[in-house]
Design a protein around this ligand. Structure first.
Ligand SMILES: Nc1ncnc2c1ncn2[C@@H]1O[C@H](COP(=O)(O)OP(=O)(O)OP(=O)(O)O)[C@@H](O)[C@H]1O
Ligand SMILES: [Mg+2]
Length: 627
């Protein structure tokens, strides 16, 4: 048999490797902007056409490249940022792998124009399929311009995989914001199809936050500043009144790099505990600067996840820094302030950081508490443990194991992945009820939260909010499949102005919202006109309703396993469901219960929570010692 292994040609190898780094136009935007930052630019302009699919161009006034470097830059593993393995532990630049431009050149047509201040002429290079097709001297201003055209022109499978223009634009805006937020001393602009979407003058971090997140944060930001030898934490958190129903405006930057960290997010949430409603999320833009040797950036192709040498210490510092900031602004009660002083006096915070200080910090009460709380973070959600208690309760009474009904309920909860999988929850088998709600028995609302309904073999305790979520979820899912929704036309259409990121998101969702009964049309820059809303939503505060819907949508945004439509349906169902604390008239309860049992899967919400719990007479009798 002949030998069968051969080396892949460079351009194919490059294309494969590029898949990791350049997943969509937004990834290229991130890489090109980061290169411009690394080049010491003070002005960075991003131009996109057709959501980046036709053109992504980044123009900077940074240090430029020599003729040879300009060509080298597109080679894989070619970088000016690290030279040896030790440098990997000292990274202060955004880039270090020398892969971004090689990846970009493998999947697009690239034009580079660059000039160093010390050179008379600049260099112009064009590249296609990783091959230089033209190179010549050119008159140019100092700095670099890289234009990337027709991304994935040579990888049709990837090109077809790209989402709608509105959706890709939104990803680009997200990446643009993440870089622009981290470098307020740099001017940034974003022009999309000839229209300038962002124009961010240089300024302070506070100004940059307001420029990007909107004027509503003006005078609503609290400075956070905590400096030790180990870590420097600074930035802003929103005052408690700016907390939103879902996480939206939350940014962590480690050594100026945007990162995602559920763990550190928990530290912030913890510090805000008791001063904001339990189901709301504070805004934060926090910078964590520390010795690069204390982190590993090389754990994820897009560098958005990093590893801390000692994540618990960082957690403790963030928590303390925010508590301190809130206390200084008298946002936390006086009692908290006392606590805060004790935090301040901890060696870990007040003294230079050394190995024995680390020892001291980890043996302190504060640290132990944090550790316990962190563990709490990983405990399964309460609904599961509560149900476990029910089961234990049944078992300890010697009653037979849960009924099939109860069992299936437990099963659906034990496997949240299965029940939250949109495929199974939409197309799953019709739920086997085996009981009937007695049509003539009165319904009883308890604590403005539960509805008790008698059944032919006991009763069920229905959770009004979760049950309504299920009803709406199925109704909205049907609407997206083409079942029309009743719309109430606004007598006087309202024009609404949004912060740019929200406007971009809304534009992306317009088509689906239309199917769901929202008649919204674009109306100039970041503005929309609302012509109609779903028939059963309240009118009057459309802006608030739409903003809260967007917030809710963002909540699911990081969840890649859901499609856009699934996220929207879940967001709307959650947002529009009747909440706990709301009194329901008998007719409303009745329509809720009827609606619930008309559902294809009445027993759980899309997120996997039970909507009701059944209590059977024979069990109840047993509990009373009579069974
Ligand atoms: N806008 C720019 N101005 C000046 N030099 C640049 C610019 N963009 C890239 N370079 C040079 O080209 C090199 C290669 O860039 P590339 O983005 O491929 O790799 P990197 O930034 O070193 O690492 P990474 O792959 O992690 O981004 C850089 O190291 C830098 O020297
Ligand atoms: Mg780079």
């Amino acid at each position: 048999m002949p030998d069968i292994i051969s080396l892949l040609p460079d351009n194919i190898a490059n294309q494969i490797a590029a898949g990791e780094v350049i997943q969509r136009p937004a990834s290229a935007v991130k890489e090109l902007m980061e290169n411009a930052v690394d080049a010491g630019a003070t002005e960075i302009k991003l131009i996109i056409n057709d959501a980046g699919k036709a053109l992504i161009q980044v123009i900077d006034n940074g240090q430029g490249m020599s003729e040879t470097d300009a060509r080298m830059a597109f080679e894989r593993h070619a970088t000016s940022k690290i030279a040896n393995i030790d440098d990997l532990f000292k990274i202060r630049t955004m880039g270090f792998r020398g892969e971004a431009l090689a990846s970009i050149a493998a999947v697009a047509q690239v034009e580079l124009k660059t000039k160093r201040p010390e050179d008379d002429a600049g260099t112009f290079i064009t590249i296609e399929n990783s091959v230089v097709t033209r190179q010549e001297p050119i008159a140019a201003t100092n700095g670099t311009s890289i234009a990337m055209k027709n991304v994935f022109f040579n990888v049709p499978a990837r090109r077809n995989f790209l989402k709608s223009n509105a959706s890709e634009t939104r990803h680009i805006v997200d990446e643009f914001i993440r870089v622009a937020m981290a470098f307020p001393a740099i001017f940034f602009s974003l022009t999309s199809n000839g229209q300038e979407v962002f124009h961010l003058e240089k300024g302070s971090l506070k100004q940059r936050i307001v420029q990007i997140l909107g004027n509503s944060y003006n005078a609503k930001l609290v400075a956070v500043q905590e400096k030790t030898d180990y870590v420097n934490i600074y930035g802003f958190v929103g005052k408690p009144e700016t907390a939103k129903k879902t996480r939206g405006d939350q940014y962590f930057f480690v050594n100026s790099r945007f990162i995602k960290s559920a763990y550190l997010n928990h530290a912030v949430m913890n510090a805000f505990q008791e001063i904001i409603a339990p189901d709301s999320f504070p805004a934060y833009v926090l910078f964590i600067d520390l010795d690069p040797a204390q982190i590993d950036i090389n754990v994820h192709p897009t560098k958005q996840e990093i590893k801390f040498e000692d994540e618990k210490i960082v957690y403790a510092f963030i928590h303390a820094a925010i508590k301190h900031a809130l206390a200084q602004f008298s946002i936390t009660p006086a009692l908290e302030f006392d606590l805060d002083i004790s935090i301040q006096q901890l060696d870990a915070v007040s003294k230079p950081f050394t190995a024995d200080k680390q020892e001291a910090a980890t043996s302190s009460e504060l640290y132990k508490n944090f550790t316990q709380k962190n563990q709490a973070h990983f405990i399964s959600p309460t609904n599961k443990s509560e149900l476990k208690h029910w089961r234990e309760f049944y078992e300890s009474t010697g009653a037979s194991p849960a009924t099939p009904k109860f069992e299936s309920l437990l099963d659906s909860i034990k496997k949240p992945d299965a029940s939250s999988d949109p495929e199974t929850s939409q197309t799953g088998p019709h739920h086997d009820l085996r009981f009937q709600v007695l049509p003539d028995a009165p319904l009883l609302q308890l604590h403005q939260c539960y509805i008790v309904a008698a059944t032919n073999r006991g009763y069920i305790l229905v959770h009004q909010q979760l049950a309504h979520e299920r009803v709406l979820y199925e109704r909205f899912t049907d609407a997206l499949k083409g079942k029309s929704m009743a719309v109430q036309r606004s007598l006087f259409p309202v024009t609404l102005q949004f912060a740019t990121p929200d406007a971009v998101l809304l534009a992306d969702l317009l088509e689906e919202l239309q199917l769901l009964g929202y008649q919204i049309e674009p109306f100039g820059k970041d503005a929309f006109v609302v012509q109609g809303t779903p028939a059963d939503t309240e009118t009057g505060d459309e802006k608030k309703a739409i903003e809260s819907l967007l917030e809710q949508y963002k909540h699911f945004s990081s969840d890649v396993k859901f499609s856009k439509r699934e996220k929207l349906v879940r967001a709307m169902a959650y947002q529009q469901a009747v909440k706990n604390g709301q009194s329901l008239a008998p007719a409303e309860m009745e329509s809720l219960i009827t609606g619930l049992f008309a559902c294809t899967q009445p027993n759980v919400t899309a997120g996997g929570n039970p909507t009701y719990i059944e209590f059977k007479n024979d069990y109840l009798e047993k509990l009373f010692g009579r069974g």
